[in-house]
Design a protein around this ligand. Structure first.
Ligand SMILES: [Zn+2]
Length: 224
Protein backbone atom coordinates (compact mmCIF):
# COMPACT_ATOMS: atom_id res chain seq x y z
CA UNK A 1 0.00 0.00 0.00
CA UNK A 2 2.94 2.27 0.51
CA UNK A 3 3.27 2.73 -3.23
CA UNK A 4 -0.05 4.57 -3.20
CA UNK A 5 1.53 7.19 -0.98
CA UNK A 6 4.39 8.10 -3.27
CA UNK A 7 2.74 11.26 -4.47
CA UNK A 8 0.34 13.39 -2.51
CA UNK A 9 -1.98 13.69 -5.48
CA UNK A 10 -2.45 9.95 -5.42
CA UNK A 11 -3.16 10.09 -1.71
CA UNK A 12 -5.91 12.62 -2.35
CA UNK A 13 -7.45 10.31 -4.91
CA UNK A 14 -7.56 7.32 -2.60
CA UNK A 15 -8.53 9.18 0.54
CA UNK A 16 -12.23 8.93 -0.28
CA UNK A 17 -12.10 5.34 0.91
CA UNK A 18 -11.80 5.46 4.67
CA UNK A 19 -10.51 1.91 4.87
CA UNK A 20 -7.73 2.70 2.44
CA UNK A 21 -6.89 5.83 4.37
CA UNK A 22 -6.56 3.83 7.55
CA UNK A 23 -4.24 1.34 5.90
CA UNK A 24 -2.03 3.71 3.99
CA UNK A 25 -1.85 6.75 6.21
CA UNK A 26 -2.72 8.91 3.19
CA UNK A 27 -5.09 11.75 3.89
CA UNK A 28 -5.73 15.15 2.46
CA UNK A 29 -4.67 17.98 4.77
CA UNK A 30 -8.26 18.90 5.60
CA UNK A 31 -8.97 15.33 6.69
CA UNK A 32 -6.48 15.22 9.55
CA UNK A 33 -8.26 14.68 12.85
CA UNK A 34 -6.98 15.80 16.23
CA UNK A 35 -6.13 12.20 17.12
CA UNK A 36 -4.17 11.74 13.94
CA UNK A 37 -2.20 14.94 14.38
CA UNK A 38 -1.40 14.01 17.99
CA UNK A 39 -0.15 10.60 16.82
CA UNK A 40 1.97 12.35 14.17
CA UNK A 41 3.49 14.66 16.76
CA UNK A 42 4.00 11.80 19.21
CA UNK A 43 6.01 9.92 16.58
CA UNK A 44 7.95 13.02 15.62
CA UNK A 45 8.86 14.05 19.15
CA UNK A 46 9.11 10.76 21.00
CA UNK A 47 8.99 7.84 18.61
CA UNK A 48 11.89 8.24 16.25
CA UNK A 49 14.47 6.60 18.45
CA UNK A 50 17.14 9.15 17.57
CA UNK A 51 18.34 8.41 21.07
CA UNK A 52 16.73 6.76 24.07
CA UNK A 53 16.05 10.00 25.94
CA UNK A 54 13.57 10.93 23.23
CA UNK A 55 11.25 8.12 24.31
CA UNK A 56 9.67 9.81 27.33
CA UNK A 57 10.89 13.38 27.71
CA UNK A 58 10.79 16.25 25.28
CA UNK A 59 14.13 17.11 23.71
CA UNK A 60 14.14 20.31 21.70
CA UNK A 61 15.91 23.40 20.48
CA UNK A 62 15.43 26.54 22.59
CA UNK A 63 15.86 30.23 22.07
CA UNK A 64 16.69 32.18 18.96
CA UNK A 65 18.10 30.44 15.92
CA UNK A 66 21.52 31.68 14.88
CA UNK A 67 23.32 29.90 12.08
CA UNK A 68 26.36 29.90 9.77
CA UNK A 69 26.40 28.78 6.15
CA UNK A 70 29.47 27.28 4.50
CA UNK A 71 29.19 26.68 0.78
CA UNK A 72 29.05 28.35 -2.61
CA UNK A 73 27.09 31.52 -3.33
CA UNK A 74 23.91 29.82 -4.56
CA UNK A 75 23.84 27.45 -1.57
CA UNK A 76 24.33 30.35 0.82
CA UNK A 77 21.57 32.36 -0.81
CA UNK A 78 19.14 29.45 -0.77
CA UNK A 79 19.98 28.52 2.82
CA UNK A 80 19.41 32.08 4.07
CA UNK A 81 16.06 32.27 2.23
CA UNK A 82 14.89 28.95 3.65
CA UNK A 83 15.93 29.81 7.19
CA UNK A 84 14.00 33.07 6.93
CA UNK A 85 10.91 31.24 5.66
CA UNK A 86 11.29 28.61 8.34
CA UNK A 87 11.47 31.25 11.03
CA UNK A 88 8.28 32.85 9.71
CA UNK A 89 6.32 29.61 9.30
CA UNK A 90 7.50 28.14 12.61
CA UNK A 91 6.50 31.43 14.26
CA UNK A 92 9.87 31.99 15.92
CA UNK A 93 9.88 35.01 18.21
CA UNK A 94 13.17 36.20 16.64
CA UNK A 95 13.93 35.75 12.95
CA UNK A 96 16.81 33.30 12.34
CA UNK A 97 20.04 35.25 12.15
CA UNK A 98 23.25 34.49 10.27
CA UNK A 99 26.30 35.07 12.49
CA UNK A 100 29.93 33.93 12.34
CA UNK A 101 29.97 32.31 15.78
CA UNK A 102 26.66 30.42 15.58
CA UNK A 103 26.50 26.88 16.94
CA UNK A 104 24.34 25.70 14.04
CA UNK A 105 26.39 25.28 10.86
CA UNK A 106 24.95 24.43 7.45
CA UNK A 107 27.67 22.78 5.39
CA UNK A 108 27.47 22.26 1.65
CA UNK A 109 29.34 19.03 0.91
CA UNK A 110 30.86 18.04 -2.44
CA UNK A 111 28.33 16.73 -4.97
CA UNK A 112 28.03 12.96 -4.96
CA UNK A 113 29.07 12.53 -1.33
CA UNK A 114 26.74 10.33 0.69
CA UNK A 115 26.48 9.60 4.39
CA UNK A 116 25.75 6.23 6.00
CA UNK A 117 22.52 6.21 8.02
CA UNK A 118 21.49 2.76 9.24
CA UNK A 119 21.84 0.61 6.13
CA UNK A 120 21.18 3.42 3.65
CA UNK A 121 23.29 6.18 2.25
CA UNK A 122 21.77 9.64 2.20
CA UNK A 123 22.65 13.02 0.70
CA UNK A 124 21.97 15.08 3.81
CA UNK A 125 22.23 14.54 7.53
CA UNK A 126 22.50 16.27 10.89
CA UNK A 127 24.79 15.74 13.83
CA UNK A 128 23.49 17.69 16.78
CA UNK A 129 24.80 18.52 20.22
CA UNK A 130 22.70 18.39 23.36
CA UNK A 131 22.91 19.64 26.91
CA UNK A 132 20.40 17.47 28.79
CA UNK A 133 17.03 17.85 27.03
CA UNK A 134 18.13 20.95 25.12
CA UNK A 135 19.64 20.82 21.64
CA UNK A 136 22.35 23.46 21.64
CA UNK A 137 24.04 23.17 18.28
CA UNK A 138 24.36 21.14 15.10
CA UNK A 139 26.31 20.46 11.98
CA UNK A 140 23.98 19.96 9.03
CA UNK A 141 25.61 18.44 5.96
CA UNK A 142 24.02 18.78 2.52
CA UNK A 143 25.52 17.03 -0.50
CA UNK A 144 22.41 17.42 -2.65
CA UNK A 145 22.72 19.89 -5.55
CA UNK A 146 19.30 20.10 -7.21
CA UNK A 147 17.64 23.16 -5.59
CA UNK A 148 14.36 21.39 -4.78
CA UNK A 149 16.28 18.59 -3.07
CA UNK A 150 18.49 21.07 -1.19
CA UNK A 151 15.34 22.79 0.05
CA UNK A 152 13.81 19.52 1.22
CA UNK A 153 17.08 18.53 2.93
CA UNK A 154 17.36 21.84 4.74
CA UNK A 155 13.79 21.75 6.03
CA UNK A 156 14.11 18.09 7.06
CA UNK A 157 17.37 18.59 8.92
CA UNK A 158 16.31 21.82 10.63
CA UNK A 159 13.12 20.10 11.83
CA UNK A 160 15.48 17.51 13.38
CA UNK A 161 17.36 20.42 14.96
CA UNK A 162 14.09 21.58 16.54
CA UNK A 163 13.72 18.10 18.11
CA UNK A 164 11.42 16.40 15.60
CA UNK A 165 12.14 12.90 14.29
CA UNK A 166 10.36 10.91 11.58
CA UNK A 167 6.71 9.96 11.09
CA UNK A 168 4.69 8.53 8.24
CA UNK A 169 1.35 9.38 9.87
CA UNK A 170 0.67 12.50 7.76
CA UNK A 171 2.15 13.92 4.56
CA UNK A 172 5.35 15.51 5.82
CA UNK A 173 8.95 16.26 4.98
CA UNK A 174 9.69 14.00 7.96
CA UNK A 175 8.06 11.02 6.26
CA UNK A 176 10.05 8.72 3.99
CA UNK A 177 6.82 7.51 2.34
CA UNK A 178 4.86 10.54 1.22
CA UNK A 179 7.39 12.01 -1.18
CA UNK A 180 6.28 15.59 -0.52
CA UNK A 181 8.24 18.30 -2.28
CA UNK A 182 7.89 20.95 0.43
CA UNK A 183 6.90 21.16 4.10
CA UNK A 184 3.20 20.75 4.78
CA UNK A 185 1.16 22.83 7.19
CA UNK A 186 1.32 19.85 9.56
CA UNK A 187 5.11 20.14 9.64
CA UNK A 188 4.86 23.81 10.57
CA UNK A 189 2.18 23.14 13.18
CA UNK A 190 4.51 20.56 14.76
CA UNK A 191 7.44 23.00 14.65
CA UNK A 192 5.36 25.80 16.17
CA UNK A 193 4.22 23.58 18.98
CA UNK A 194 7.56 22.01 19.91
CA UNK A 195 9.19 25.47 19.98
CA UNK A 196 6.33 27.13 21.85
CA UNK A 197 6.22 28.26 25.46
CA UNK A 198 3.35 25.82 26.06
CA UNK A 199 5.89 23.03 26.61
CA UNK A 200 9.31 22.76 28.23
CA UNK A 201 12.46 20.82 27.43
CA UNK A 202 12.42 17.65 29.51
CA UNK A 203 8.62 17.67 29.91
CA UNK A 204 7.11 14.20 30.19
CA UNK A 205 5.58 12.78 27.02
CA UNK A 206 2.02 12.43 28.29
CA UNK A 207 1.94 16.00 29.55
CA UNK A 208 3.22 17.26 26.20
CA UNK A 209 0.55 15.31 24.31
CA UNK A 210 -2.23 16.46 26.67
CA UNK A 211 -1.09 20.06 26.17
CA UNK A 212 -1.06 19.55 22.41
CA UNK A 213 -4.66 18.33 22.54
CA UNK A 214 -5.71 21.52 24.29
CA UNK A 215 -3.70 23.80 21.99
CA UNK A 216 -4.69 22.25 18.66
CA UNK A 217 -7.50 24.73 17.89
CA UNK A 218 -5.12 27.67 18.19
CA UNK A 219 -2.40 25.84 16.25
CA UNK A 220 -4.86 25.12 13.44
CA UNK A 221 -5.91 28.75 13.35
CA UNK A 222 -2.43 29.98 12.52
CA UNK A 223 -1.67 30.96 8.93
CA UNK A 224 0.07 28.55 6.57
ZN1 LIG B 1 15.77 12.43 9.06
Amino acid sequence: MTALCVRQAVCVAVSVAAAVVALTGCVTPTDVSDDRFIRFFDELAFGSGVDSDHANRLVRWEGSLRFQVRGDASFRTQAVQIMAELGRMADLADAPEQTNDAAVILHQEPAGVSFPINRDRVDCYIHYKRRGPVIVGADIHIAAREPQRVELCLYHEVFHLFGLGHSGAIASVMSPFHGVSAPTRWDFMAARFILSDKVNSGMLRQRVLDTLGRKLPSLRAMPG
